[in-house]
Each structure stands twice: as structure tokens, then as C-alpha cells.
Design a protein around this ligand. Structure first.
Ligand code: PGA
Length: 250
């Protein structure tokens, strides 16, 4: 039985006062029931503060990015062992904003994936197609390639504790969402692709959906058989909306 997972990706938003208020409301909510793990990913600089705030909470936290190296002369970067040191449980990898704005390649993302696994942090591998790729019928080809490159570099066993987030690029921050059927089709294809490498890993891995998830569409998305939760951007900055999304899993 796969557990549901809801991750809030705060991106480059928030400040000490707002974060505190957001976390107080989320952690005091009774919506965080059994069977659903709730995670927030603040900007790295706020991780120590978030850690402090969540000491007594069931809510977990993670990072939005990590460097592929363990340590060294990489000014401005953060390593997986440092994230582990601060108690991060998850790290987002290959988010489409990082793929496009920071030119991250599949090879580099695979390096980050390996570094996270080695440091005992669960990688959340983000994959997804652009609008042009969907219109050109390349959706699955693109996603299959993004996944294959990582599997080839890190090995399928490294996916045992990983999560995959399907995020169609055209749905991120646009208010446009994949229909539950569109999302289910891709989630199922991803699971079938992984099954070619390892059947158990394929059936146990959490595949979450991201792209304009909100409290109105969460329930129908999460009721699809291969959708195990959500990666929520904009809507995770509003405590009440985020709590409603967390409640939508059942
Ligand atoms: P969104 O972002 O929910 O604001 O579309 C999702 C994401 O980028 O992870």
C-alpha cells in the first residue's frame, strides 16, 4: 500500500514572519492524518528556522535543490550531507525551473540524485514535457528519456526510496492543470517504464503530480490509481488552501 505524499514547494517566496505563520497553521491542523506525509520545501536559507519550528510536528521538510558534489570549491552551493545535517528528509531534483533557468542536464540531475541517496535524503525527481512537446506528441518520449538517463547513471535500486513528480511544464504556475485522465495516463506510463527495470520498485514508488494543484482539483487528481499525491507550488503558500489539498487525498 503506497502512502500519500503532499509536498509544498515554496520556491523563492516567504520571510521569517510569514513562514512562521504558515507553519503554525499547517502543523496545528488535524488534517495531517495517518497515511499522508506532508512536506514543505522552503528556500535553503530558511531550513534551520523551519527545522526549529517543526521540532514537535509531523510535518517534514526538504530542500529545493542540492549540489552533486560532497564538498569542495563550489561557491554558493549546498551539499546533500549538509541538508542531512539539518534534518532534511527530501530534496527536489530537476524541477523544470532549474532545468530551464539553470540549464541543468539529465546527467547533472542524476549526479544530484546519487548524492541525495548517499546522504540518506529522498530524491524527488521532477519530469515533464513542455507545451510544444505535448503538441508534437513527444510527451512520453521526453519523460521516458528523463527517467532513463537517471536510471542508467544511478541504477534502479537507487529508486527504492525515491519519489517521481510528474509536472507538465505548461501546467506549472499557469493555473492550467492536466486533466486527471491526462495525468493518470502519464503516471501509469512512468510506472510501466520502471517495471521494465524492477517490478517491485515500480509498484511501490510514489509518483506525485504537480502543476497548478489547488483545493478544487486535488481530489479528482488524487483519486486516480497511479497518482500518489501532489507537488504544490503557489497553493502551498496559503495555509488554508494547502491544508485542504492535504485533506483531499482521502
Ligand atoms: P504550481 O507549481 O503549483 O504553482 O503550478 C508547482 C511546482 O512548480 O512544483
Amino acid at each position: 500500500m503506497r502512502q500519500y505524499l503532499i509536498i509544498g514547494n515554496w520556491k523563492m517566496n516567504g520571510n521569517l514572519a510569514e513562514n512562521e505563520q504558515l507553519l503554525n497553521t499547517i502543523s496545528s491542523s488535524h488534517a495531517l492524518a495517518e497515511g499522508c506525509e506532508v512536506v514543505v520545501c522552503p528556500p535553503s536559507i530558511y531550513i534551520p528556522h523551519v527545522r526549529q519550528q517543526l521540532l514537535q510536528s509531523k510535518v517534514k521538510y526538504g530542500a529545493q535543490n542540492v549540489n552533486e558534489h560532497i564538498n569542495g570549491a563550489y561557491t554558493g552551493e549546498t551539499s546533500a550531507t549538509m541538508l542531512h545535517d539539518l534534518g532534511c528528509s527530501y530534496v527536489l531534483l530537476g524541477h523544470s525551473e532549474r532545468r530551464s533557468l539553470n540549464h541543468e542536464s539529465d546527467e547533472q540531475i542524476a549526479g544530484k540524485f546519487a548524492a541525495a541517496v548517499q546522504a540518506n535524503i529522498k530524491p524527488v525527481l521532477c519530469v515533464g514535457e513542455t507545451l510544444a512537446q505535448r503538441q508534437g506528441d513527444e510527451t512520453f518520449l521526453v519523460i521516458a528519456e528523463q527517467i532513463k538517463k537517471v536510471v542508467e547513471q544511478v541504477g534502479i535500486q537507487a529508486f527504492e526510496h525515491a519519489v517521481i513528480a510528474y509536472e507538465p511544464v505548461w501546467a506549472i504556475g499557469t493555473g492550467e492543470t492536466a486533466t486527471p485522465e491526462q495525468a493518470q495516463e502519464i503516471h501509469n506510463l512512468i510506472r510501466r517504464q520502471l517495471a521494465e527495470f524492477d517490478v517491485n520498485i515500480a509498484s511501490n514508488i510514489l509518483i506525485i503530480y504537480g502543476g497548478s494543484v489547488n483545493s478544487n482539483n486535488a481530489r479528482t487528481l488524487f483519486s486516480q490509481p497511479d497518482i500518489d499525491g501532489g507537488l504544490v507550488g503557489g497553493a502551498s503558500l496559503n495555509a488554508d488552501v494547502f491544508i485542504n489539498i492535504c485533506k483531499a487525498y482521502n
